[in-house]
Design a protein around this ligand. Structure first.
Ligand SMILES: *Cc1c(COP(=O)(O)O)cnc(C)c1O
Length: 227
């Protein structure tokens, strides 16, 4: 199957998941998760119509960003973010999915202010409370969100999570539902609208869409197995 066909097939699966759950497919953005994917391959998918891509590592991001500078790609950052790497991202990525601690908010604020921009972010929640994963634990979400709200050059637009892996995507559904309810709770507590839920990857994105995802992050299914 060619790149464009693969992309079309995934978009159709997203549309069908929307139909099943009474949603408008326009509410869901497909993000290509590009870790280990070379620039030439990203370019092909861009030409097929995929416009949003997300990287995990700052160094890899910078290389691809430079190699694809001629294209108006909408770049996101989706990986664990070290404080000392923030400076490479500001002004280049439209959305950081992985804000998970106060020190990172401090650094994003500092760099965004210096750059005279407002950085849009999602707060990453460790929805399965797994020690090996990034993200703020659900108990700490409200406090972190309030902290971030006090920063003038950061705008929170929603939540992101990487739930525990389960062979059967139906077993992941409760984690997606939990993230959605955390978002709704937070919207009430903060008195503001949070439009985005970034959740769902290659093996579970349809369930994520049924549970309200507005951004699905897909790597393997688009680009093939990582080597
Ligand atoms: C790798 C990655 C993805 C995509 O994973 P696939 O299973 O290959 O679709 C999505 N989100 C994040 C944060 C990732 O690191």
């Amino acid at each position: 199957m060619g790149e464009c066909e693969r992309l079309q097939e995934i978009l159709e699966r997203i549309s069908r998941a929307c139909e099943r759950s009474g949603r408008d497919p326009k509410e869901v953005t497909l993000l290509g998760a590009t870790k280990t994917v070379p620039p030439e391959k990203i370019r092909k998918f861009y030409e097929c119509g995929l416009k949003v891509f997300g990287e995990n590592r700052a160094q890899e991001f910078l290389k691809k960003y430079e190699a694809l500078r001629d294209l108006p790609i909408d770049w996101h950052f989706i990986g664990r973010l070290q404080t000392n790497k923030v400076k490479y991202l500001i002004g280049k990525v439209s959305l950081i999915h992985s804000l998970d601690r106060e020190s990172l908010a401090d650094e994003i604020q500092k760099r965004a202010e210096k750059n005279a921009t407002v950085q849009e972010v999602l707060i990453e929640v460790n929805i399965g409370s797994e020690e090996t994963k990034g993200g703020v634990y659900p108990e700490g979400l409200k406090k972190l969100a309030e902290y971030v709200l006090s920063k003038n050059n950061i705008r929170i637009s929603g939540l992101m999570a990487i739930p525990p892996y389960r062979e059967d995507p139906e077993e992941v559904r409760p984690f997606f539902a939990r993230l959605r309810s955390l978002k709704e709770e937070l919207e009430r507590e903060l008195g503001m609208n949070l439009p985005h839920l970034s959740m769902g990857m290659s093996h579970d994105f349809e369930v994520a869409v049924e549970e309200g995802a507005t951004i699905v992050r897909i790597g393997t299914l688009l680009f093939g197995e990582r080597t």
